[in-house]
Write a protein that binds this ligand. Structure first.
Ligand code: NOJ
Ligand code: CA
Length: 704
């Protein structure tokens, strides 16, 4: 029942074409509710430009659009309008899995066809879609003589001219990575030079310090929320946004090794450039703009795609209890010495499977099962074949043992960044998992990309990541990608693209200064706008002193539980060691009950209250079940929030189990102090939630 094939119904489309003779040079298209509008115009010199209005306020000033090419003159002025078409669209579709049962896709569209007036006579179309929750536009290059063989884009010059120096939440425009703590500054103060040292790594590259990766989110002086990103990134370079002195964001595409930004051939379309607009932070998080700008589900059979919670032979490597590799690690390797500390042994895998069976947690990720980890991070090439298990790991035996206990293995392919090599091994590697009945795998690209000089977010890798998703679908495999390209709503088209990293996630708490408590109050309104996040929550041994006395997670235990609701993902990890979910007498830790109960697929989701960087309160209703879950997290400040339960069904009584911080809890010196309370509530109840510094609250509501 979770896997209804996406259906479209109630599609209403209308098309009106205007003859070019009667058109003036200004065309406006508004959202269905009339709140947002985009006005397209041509300047005196024939340059395309647009503005955006929200109510009576201009939110994007006159902004230019255009291109520079290697083999052709620029395309940005000397254009005339040859036709304008208008269209409306209104449908409701059902995701295979997701935050809610149904998604409304409702917009008005303006398609402007432009033609050069000089003898080049090149043609480009601009398609604008205006929704109630934001806008998207893209460039379309129809088939034409000068672009049939090859087109080398050296620059896309899409502008977003801001009307003020808004407050922004951003990470640097690193071409390889999104693994940064968010900064909150005025747009004019976006300056990533403090991260310059990162450029010494082979898997980091920041070229422009006054630029950000997307999504970048802002709050205006009027209290409006804006987020800039892109949708349907297909066979194109990822976009970063540079900030000019006059507060204009300008697209800066991630280059190929040879400096070209995009290699294409007409006909083709760029990804959608998007601006999500909300009157609250929660509006942004409840927008489906990105998915609506992607094509409907292409997979016919989706019953094998299963949202799930999973544990992993994983955290133990990050905290140094065990290692990925079995042999002594080569010099320069990321790995710790192997030998007796190897994590992925048959015996250890069985221990996890037993735990999963007992806890009723479906998935088990096993990293370090295959040979090659001794060379991970070194300059050696092709050391992972993705099919040969270490001698102390019997893949068939572990797989059988798991199947008998209804545990689903989550496969693992770490490529070390060697994507070209991985492509040569894809079929064999997927076939192996397919034969074992494994339907979910985690991929990884931790290292500099090979072919050398390519970036994680450039067109070469965008093609690669897509190839992996498509190929995986052929083998009925769902993907959890680490060191990925950002999400751009493709999960609608390929629901086997389930979740991804692309964030500074839990692992950083294991071996670095980690993330400040506010991190998880920013994520739902920045990174998570782009799609599900494999943040890997659920650490119970917050300080893990047995393995390291310096590092710790900067959160309370109750906060860890709340993340299962606050950070959306159809694959959600219970990341800690199994032994940390048990008490000394061998019973489950009382707080673990929430992880056992919490859902991963939803009928409804509501952001009840939030301020970016301060706190978030989210409620979600389990798919096909009358159970609700609430998660609330705060930053470094303690906080009390009054929460109305009016999202619950009226007329029903629910048993609320409240997992909260104890009075004396604090992320720094008392992170595991908790309390569990139960009470009966209805839709009329208002709860007062107190959260400790770095704390949170998690609640399950069971209909009685
Ligand atoms: C980095 C990934 O983010 C992490 O989850 C994984 O354990 C290692 N690479 C090894 O693949
Ligand atoms: Ca704050």
């Amino acid at each position: 029942m979770h896997h209804l094939k996406a259906l479209s119904f109630a599609v209403i489309s209308s098309l009106i074409i205007f003859s070019c003779d009667v058109m003036n040079k200004l065309s406006t298209v508004s959202s269905p509710n009339g709140n947002l509008s985009v006005t397209f115009s041509l300047s005196e010199s024939g340059s395309p430009q647009y503005t955006v209005q929200h109510g009576n306020t201009q939110i994007i000033d006159t902004s230019g659009l255009g291109f520079e090419f290697r083999n052709l003159p620029p395309l940005k002025d000397g254009l005339q309008i040859s036709s304008i078409e208008r269209r409306s669209h209104n449908e409701t579709w059902q995701p295979v899995w997701g935050e809610q049962e149904e998604v409304r896709n409702h917009y008005n569209e303006l398609l402007v066809s432009l033609k050069e007036t000089d003898n080049q006579e090149r043609v480009v179309k601009l398609r604008f879609r205006v929704f109630n929750d934001g806008i998207g536009f893209r460039y379309e290059f129809p088939l034409q003589k000068s672009m049939t063989d090859s087109l080398y884009i050296m620059n896309e010059q899409t502008e977003f001219a801001l009307t003020d120096d808004h407050t922004s939440w951003w990470i640097p425009a690193d071409y390889d990575s999104y693994e940064y703590n968010y900064k909150q500054t005025k747009v004019s103060e976006i300056d990533a030079s403090e991260f310059a040292g990162e450029n010494e790594r082979v898997d980091r590259q920041i070229d422009n310090f006054n630029a950000a990766n997307t999504p970048i989110t802002m709050k205006t002086g009027d209290g409006l929320y804006l987020s800039f990103h892109e949708a349907n990134l297909t066979d194109y370079a990822g976009m970063t946004l540079g900030v000019t002195d006059d507060l204009t964001l300008v697209s800066e595409l991630v280059p190929w090794a040879d400096g070209t930004k995009v290699k294409a051939k007409a006909p083709f379309s760029t990804p959608w450039r998007t601006i999500q607009v909300g009157e609250s932070a929660g509006d942004l998080a409840q927008s489906f703009l990105l998915q609506n700008l992607n094509e409907p589900n292409k997979l016919e059979e989706t019953s094998w795609i299963e949202p799930m919670k999973y544990t992993g032979i994983w955290w133990e490597m990050h905290i140094g209890k065990s290692s990925w590799g079995m042999e002594e690690a080569a010099e320069g390797s990321f790995d710790t010495p192997g030998g007796s500390t190897h994590g992925a042994t048959t015996e250890n895998a069985k221990r996890y499977i037993d735990f999963n069976e007992r806890a009723d947690i479906k998935g088990l990720l096993i990293e370090g099962w295959n040979t090659g980890w001794e060379y991970w991070g070194t300059d050696s090439l092709g050391f992972f074949d993705f099919t040969t298990p270490y001698p102390d790991f019997d893949l068939q035996e572990v797989s059988n043992y798991a199947k008998e206990r209804n545990v689903a293995l989550v496969g693992h392919h770490e490529t070390s960044g060697q994507a070209a090599h991985y492509e040569t091994r894809l079929d064999t590697a997927f076939q192996l998992y397919h034969d074992l009945g494994i339907h979910h795998i985690k991929t990884g690209y931790a290292g500099g990309i090979i072919p050398k000089g390519e970036y994680h977010h450039g067109q070469w890798m965008v093609r690669h990541y897509r190839k992996v998703v498509e190929k995986a679908a052929e083998y009925q495999i769902g993907i959890n990608a680490h060191e990925p390209i950002k999400g751009t709503g493709l999960r609608r088209t390929y629901p086997n693209m389930m979740t991804r990293e692309g964030i500074r996630g839990m692992e950083y708490n294991a071996w670095s200064e980690g993330m400040p408590p506010e991190h998880t109050t920013i994520l739902p309104f920045t990174r998570v706008l782009s799609g599900p996040i494999d943040y890997t929550p659920g650490i119970f041994d917050i300080t893990f002193d047995e393995y390291s006395d310096e590092e710790q997670v900067k959160s309370t235990l109750a906060n860890q539980l709340a993340l299962y609701v606050v950070l959306y993902s159809p694959m959600q990890m219970a990341a800690d060691l199994p032994e940390n979910y048990l008490t000394d007498d061998g019973n489950f830790h009382p707080m673990f009950q929430f992880i056992r109960d919490v859902a991963v697929d939803w009928d409804a989701s509501h952001i009840l209250d939030a301020e970016i960087g301060d706190y978030v309160v989210t409620a979600r209703k389990e798919k096909n079940n009358d159970t609700w879950f609430l998660g609330a997290v705060t930053d470094e400040n303690e906080r009390t929030k009054e929460v109305s339960l009016n999202f619950l069904d009226t007329g029903k009584t629910y048993k609320a189990t409240i997992y909260q911080d104890a009075d004396n809890a604090h992320w720094q010196d008392n992170p595991t102090a908790y309390e569990i309370k139960t009470r009966e509530v209805t839709a009329d109840t208002t709860l007062e939630l107190w959260m400790a510094p770095g704390g949170g609250t998690a609640i399950s509501f069971e209909a009685l």
